[in-house]
Design a protein around this ligand. Sequence first.
Ligand code: COA
Length: 164
Amino acid sequence: MREIERQAGEVFRTVGMNSVADDEPLGLEVLRGYVERGQAWVIADHADVPVAYLLAGVVDGAGHVEQVSVIPGHARQGLGRVLLDHACEWALDNGLKAVTLTTFANIPWNAPYYERCGFRRLSADELTPGLLRIRREEAEHGLDAWPRVCMRRLMAEPNILEQP
Ligand SMILES: CC(C)(COP(=O)(O)OP(=O)(O)OC[C@H]1O[C@@H](n2cnc3c(N)ncnc32)[C@H](O)[C@@H]1OP(=O)(O)O)[C@@H](O)C(=O)NCCC(=O)NCCS
């Protein structure tokens, strides 16, 4: 997962966001925590080598995508969407009716991409305390050098999905 993160982050250099590309991936102990809680998923290639992963958590009663990354050689083949859809199913299975994330507002493979995956940009008055905390931490980490946004995808109630 750390290696996927490093390679996936390289694309930020193409838009001058070198500090984002240079950001160290999460540590092994943190990653192990996600795995042990059942909140980490990888997609592996034909040789069983992981090429994409997603980490999720729970923030204020909603699933929250902490990280999603696809190794460049496997990008733009729908793996990101498969992982996002899977995280939404996981949230629904756990009684969570929405999934949130924070991302860069103007980067083509971030907010505009998530919009195509069913996420909507949240306005300031829609931010829950947990999302505000995450945004504060991101600002302290220097990420607000570029516009950031919180997004949410609402999921239909299971009984609505089951209707013919
Ligand atoms: C964002 C990310 C996870 C999407 O995964 P993916 O498997 O490539 O996504 P999908 O195949 O489902 O969809 C691809 C779409 O993303 C957008 N996209 C992906 N890479 C792009 C790039 N380099 N430039 C412009 N748009 C891009 C496009 O809309 C693309 O659709 P298209 O190929 O039809 O034009 C992946 O691009 C990635 O790891 N990026 C770097 C790390 C990152 O930004 N993570 C998210 C942090 S919030």
